[in-house]
Design a protein around this ligand. Structure first.
Ligand SMILES: NC(=O)CC[C@H](N)C(=O)O
Length: 379
């Protein structure tokens, strides 16, 4: 559109994409990753796991349904920038409260449209995720390439403690329902402490729905403080960055394992459980980001369509004998779920809470509830 200012995406390898700005003026740097979800751009933008990442969506029309308060997955936009093919001229949805571009400007998010996102995705798929810089308003291509190169790598970055809450808080809101919204919990059956490494709200809603009295705690909360709350189970959330430097979390998880406390980890939480049992994690070429990834449950052979957002993985060969692989990606065979054979602890690499995405793996929340029930029975 003619009234938009110009924008540029520069990759660290020197590739340039010229387009138009649909967000704030200025520049932003991060690792460029592609996401294949056809819906859910607002949930993606507000997923704290996208901190320091520039997200490109392979679906071409982004913004059709606007944005609203109910679809926020956290307190604000965490993606470092957005890269799309086409921003539709008109927002059309009964839930829309604001247009995507107005929302991006209001949140100070730098974003670019009108570029060939297929070419960009092919490039990332062939070369791997790489650093980039989006510049909007005043453009300087040389400077943008330099800034992209200065980003370095996601490997080694401890971002969980950067995005985590500062103080513990209670979460009471249940799942959202069309026409009803979200209600507040009235009764609870389990006392659960949830580590916020960058937690998505729908995880908390799904735990609250199942009767968990939830205390959300900052990423660096030591095990002693959590144990003093007498939890029936501990939840390890998703989050941004490399799991490896999060030694504070690994130390805490080892304490819970020693005590045989029921544990459930999602995404970064899964990777941290993998590290706590003595396994290793590594950076993937371009990771998994989308809402249409097939994963197999190895126990019953069912194929589940899952929501994914990760750039690191748990290395299968590094896992000790008391760890069982429960789920595997049918795209590349990588580990998608683990369970300990001698402790009530398990985890999933994708996003069973969806939001966005299919709900096929929602049964893992029930598995966590069952493991807390069993632990209570055994006293
Ligand atoms: N969504 C997540 O928790 C992502 C985990 C981790 N930051 C990764 O990229 O693999």
């Amino acid at each position: 559109m003619s009234n938009r200012s110009q924008a540029l995406l520069a990759l660290a390898d020197g590739t340039l994409f010229h387009g138009s700005s649909i967000g704030a003026d200025g520049h932003t740097v991060g690792e460029v990753v592609f996401n294949t979800a056809m819906t859910g751009y607002q949930e993606i933008l507000t997923d704290p796991s996208y901190c320091k990442q520039l997200v490109t969506l392979t679906y071409p029309h982004i913004g059709n349904v606007g944005v609203n308060k109910d679809d926020m997955e956290s307190r604000g936009v965490f993606a470092a920038g957005l890269i799309i093919r086409d921003l539709p001229l008109r927002v059309s949805n009964f839930r829309a409260e604001e247009s995507l571009d107005a929302y991006l400007v209001r949140n100070g998010t730098v974003a670019i449209a009108d570029i060939d996102t297929r070419r960009l995705t092919r490039l990332l798929r062939e070369k791997g995720a790489q650093p980039g810089c989006i510049m909007a308003g005043e453009i300087d291509a040389e400077r943008a390439i330099e800034l992209a190169r200065s980003f370095g790598s996601m490997a080694g970055q401890d971002l969980a403690r950067v995005v985590s809450c500062q103080e513990p808080y209670l979460w009471r809101t249940r799942e959202w329902r069309l026409g009803l919204g979200s209600s507040t919990q009235t009764q609870t059956r389990f006392n659960v402490v949830a580590y916020d490494f960058g937690v998505k709200r729908n995880i908390l809603r799904m735990l609250a729905e199942r009767g968990c009295h939830l205390t959300v705690v900052p990423a660096e909360t030591p095990a002693e403080e959590v144990l003093a709350m007498k939890p029936d189970g501990v939840f390890l959330s998703n989050g941004p960055g490399d799991p490896e430097p999060c030694d504070y979390a690994v130390a805490a998880i080892r304490t819970y394992l020693e005590r045989s406390l029921p544990l459930f980890g999602i995404c970064l939480g899964h990777q941290l459980l993998g590290l706590a049992v003595g396994g290793r994690t590594s950076k993937m070429k371009f990771g998994h980001h989308g809402a249409n990834h097939p994963v197999q449950d190895l126990d019953d052979r069912r194929v589940l369509i899952t929501s994914q957002n990760h750039g690191f993985q748990v290395d299968e060969t590094s896992l000790p004998a008391n760890v069982r692989i429960t789920h595997r990606s049918l795209f590349d065979g990588t580990v998608q779920g683990i369970a300990l054979t001698d402790r009530p602890a398990f985890s999933f690499q994708g996003h069973p809470e969806a939001s966005p995405g299919p709900h096929d793996v929602g049964y893992l929340f029930d598995r966590f509830i069952k493991s807390m029930e069993a632990a209570k029975r055994e006293g």
